[in-house]
Design a protein around this ligand. Structure first.
Ligand SMILES: Nc1nc2c(c(=O)[nH]1)N[C@H]1C(S)=C(S)[C@@H](COP(=O)(O)OP(=O)(O)OC[C@H]3O[C@@H](n4cnc5c(N)ncnc54)[C@H](O)[C@@H]3O)O[C@H]1N2
Ligand code: MOO
Length: 449
């Protein structure tokens, strides 16, 4: 029986959902994790749970943009005594008309001055025996010249980062410059990963027997989850008994996981224990999705009453490619929503296919490809505008992990008969940060028409 008292659904009879329907169901069952306060350096790659305002203006004083002389601009050109040097940390002094003060870049403008004349527009005349230095101002400047006014970079009270903003290196710098040394971010999820199957062995096993395979999925999915910034826990390999798989589920719960990812054992075989276990312990939202690869993808929620929370479980197919593709399509948006992303879905781009792609008449396919920036076919070599062109990674069978090697997009190939001709523009989901994109074949575009 399922947790809600409904009879357990035999795996064969799960309704096949369309991918967008499955994705929306996942997001509707996913809650943002609670906010925590962290040091600003530890906020890197987190999402802000509360806005950050500048408590003080930046700059906090009128600052020079150049090395030069602080002047009273109405004094104009001529010879002047260098009355003093204006540096950070020195006690503030007032500049009298008819004198100038030496100032460095970033130095505080003395009271009485209203502009800076850069060194290049001056001529040093030397020091008198008394020690007084003199300088000729060669070029007159307008009030405010080469001065950053108080709050001109960030005004006091200005919202410098909104709730929902992702913290990258620039944001860490912004937090540091306004003195926001403690910030409120969403906690990142804790993801546990389990492989299942009697045939599955540790990758370093030395004496594989007929039918045994090395466990590619667990290390790969742990890496993929860690790559999102999640905390990860390795729950190991569960042998094909209902008790083993249930013990692994309980281990993930006791370790405090928010998400459990399992691979294998979700299809139609008599050793496919994942769906029946999830039906017994919680609610299975779907157990079949119309996609290639990844058809048996399963999503469930298991209540953890003793901790007043739930565990989300993704039963990914055992085929290695299916497991990583479904990780991207199903688990990544869930992780992103938990950690506070306002728009957790994968990003889409348009790409032109470099070769013909055979379509599947039964399921839409997520075809692994490498997108790169290129001139459109037939364009003049001098043409400045390019587009994304995607090359297939070759054989797309779900066991062939090489189909994911260097893949930076999943082409969304419609369900249909025949071959999608080379040169067709299709939508593609972006994997990661496009770091695997080959370098452009043409120099960067510098001038747009
Ligand atoms: N009668 C049917 N059979 C299958 C169907 C179906 O609709 N009817 N669907 C097929 C599809 S599509 C997929 S995908 C697979 C998914 O099967 P399971 O999730 O139950 O996975 P397993 O049977 O356990 O394994 C499948 C395949 O993957 C290898 N594997 C498993 N775990 C790992 C691992 N950790 N590392 C590397 N490789 C792994 C395993 O040895 C199998 O070769 O079901 C089809 N069958
Ligand atoms: O749905 Mo499966 O992943 O095609 O081999």
């Amino acid at each position: 029986m399922a947790a809600d008292g409904a009879p357990a659904t035999p795996s064969a009879f799960y309704k096949m959902l369309a991918v967008p329907e499955a994705q929306e169901l996942i997001l509707s069952e996913t809650q943002e994790l609670p906010a925590v306060e962290v040091r600003f350096q530890d906020a890197l790659h987190h999402t802000l749970a509360a806005e950050v305002r500048a408590v003080e203006p930046v700059p906090g004083f009128r600052a020079s943009i150049k090395d030069g002389y602080a002047v009273v601009s109405s004094d104009g050109t001529g010879e002047y005594e260098v009355a003093f040097e204006a540096f950070a940390g020195l006690s503030p002094r007032t500049l009298q008309p008819g004198t100038v003060a030496y100032i460095g870049t970033g130095g505080p403008l003395p009271e009485g001055s209203d502009a800076v004349v850069q060194i290049e527009d001056t001529e040093f005349l030397g020091a008198a025996p008394s020690g007084a230095k003199r300088v000729r101002i060669v070029k007159a400047v307008a009030p405010g010249c080469d001065v950053r006014q108080v709050g001109s970079d960030m005004a006091a009270g200005e919202v410098v980062l909104q709730a929902g903003h992702h913290i990258g290196a620039a944001e860490v710098g912004i937090l540091a410059s306004v003195g926001a040394t403690r910030v409120t971010v969403h906690r990142k999820p804790h993801v546990a990963v389990l492989s299942t199957g009697d045939e599955v062995c540790e990758p370093d096993a030395t004496d594989l027997k007929l039918g045994q395979i090395r466990d590619a999925n667990r290390a790969m999915l742990l890496a993929a989850a860690a790559g999102t910034g999640a905390k990860v826990t390795d729950v190991g390999i569960a042998r094909d008994t209902a008790a083993n798989v249930e013990a692994a589920l309980d281990k993930a719960i006791s370790e405090g996981a928010d998400i459990l990812i399992t691979t294998g054992g979700v299809s139609m075989g008599d050793k496919d224990f994942i769906k029946p276990l999830l039906e017994r312990r919680g609610t299975v939202f779907f157990g079949k999705v119309k996609m290639k690869p990844g058809k048996p993808l399963t999503f469930a929620k298991v209540p953890v009453p003793q901790q007043g929370r739930s565990l989300l479980v993704f039963g990914l197919p055992g085929n290695p490619v299916s497991s990583l593709v479904t990780f991207h399509l199903a688990v990544v948006p869930c992780i992103r929503k938990m950690e506070g992303w306002q728009e957790p879905r994968l990003r889409r781009v348009h790409v032109r296919t470099a070769m013909g792609i055979k379509m599947d008449p039964e399921r839409p396919e997520y075809h692994r490809a490498v997108a790169h920036w290129a001139r459109p076919a037939g364009a003049e070599p001098s043409a400045c505008c390019g587009e994304l062109v995607a090359s297939s990674t070759g054989g797309q069978i779900s066991s062939r992990l090489l189909s994911l090697r260097s893949a930076n997009v999943l082409l969304e190939i419609p369900q249909a008969d025949g071959v999608l001709p080379a040169g067709t523009v299709v939508s593609a989901l972006v994997l990661g940060d496009l770091g695997a994109m080959p370098m452009p074949e043409t120099p960067a575009v510098t001038v747009l028409p």
